[in-house]
Design a protein around this ligand. Structure first.
Ligand SMILES: N[C@@H](CCC(=O)N[C@@H](CS)C(=O)NCC(=O)O)C(=O)O
Length: 236
């Protein structure tokens, strides 16, 4: 299949930027299209947008083939896995099809990042900042903060104390997922020891990271005062 175009539907400081936009920038420089979706203005509920992603979320990756057909992907982990495998010459994933321990470990970290870790971070974010106040649950926040600190952080720091990147000596697409999660966690006061500080410094000096992160300045964890009505629509 000859691919002619990638288009990313994106919002700054979300899973679209430091996962998919970062990886696209590693692989293609600026040779992809981008459209900003304003989540706090509820643009993700636009009927046309929801036809592309019924989950009303960013990112969406539109893939257009040489024959003009388009497909819309709406899971960041699937996008990262597909893109890394589609450009084997960039060596950001152990070869697909290999039953190697390296491939198994890479896929495991990628999915650990987008399922187990993501779930905990999302619960913390939703209950601290996104849900209307009367729907927030302090026990949920406490439960996932504790679980993250006691179960997730030791696993990650064990790896990052032994090697510079999450799967060993070389940067891989799994770092786009785990790296984003670590930065997200640090914005919530988690992952705070030096191991994580050095990891963040290492990945965030990459030119592709800087390109993907450039529109994040000024974005805060809190929903801006003038946009709080968006919280009433937020479905968790
Ligand atoms: N599992 C999806 C989750 C995407 C997601 O939750 N995106 C958030 C921003 S990081 C969003 O667009 N939320 C808007 C909403 O829920 O209405 C993925 O990893 O791509």
């Amino acid at each position: 299949m000859e691919l002619i175009q990638f288009k990313l539907y994106h919002s700054p400081a979300t899973r679209s930027s430091l996962r998919v936009k970062w990886l696209l920038s590693e692989l293609l420089g600026d040779r992809f299209e981008e459209e900003t979706v304003s989540l706090y203005d509820n643009e993700q509920y636009d009927p046309e947008y929801m036809r592309k992603n019924p989950n009303h979320c960013v990112p969406i990756l539109q893939i257009t083939t040489g024959s003009g057909e388009s497909m819309y992907m709406f899971e960041s982990g699937a996008m990262v896995a597909l893109l890394a495998d589609a450009f084997p010459e960039k060596a950001l994933a152990p070869p697909a099809g290999d039953l190697s321990f390296g491939r198994a470990d890479y896929l495991q970290m990628l999915h650990f990042g987008t399922s187990t870790m993501d779930m905990m971070l999302w619960q913390i974010r939703a209950h601290e900042h996104l849900l209307p106040r009367h729907q927030r649950d302090a026990r949920t926040i406490k439960r996932y903060r504790r679980k993250f600190v006691t179960e997730v952080e030791p696993q990650l720091s064990g790896r990052l104390d032994a090697a510079p990147y999450i799967c060993g000596e070389n940067f891989s697409a799994a770092d786009c997922i785990i790296g984003h999660n670590v930065i997200w966690a640090r914005a919530y006061g988690l992952c705070y020891d030096d191991t994580f500080r050095y990891y963040q410094a290492r990945i965030s000096s990459r030119p592709a990271f800087l390109r993907a992160y450039a529109d994040t300045a000024g974005i805060t964890a809190e929903v801006p005062a003038g946009k709080r009505t968006a919280m009433e629509t937020f479905s968790g």
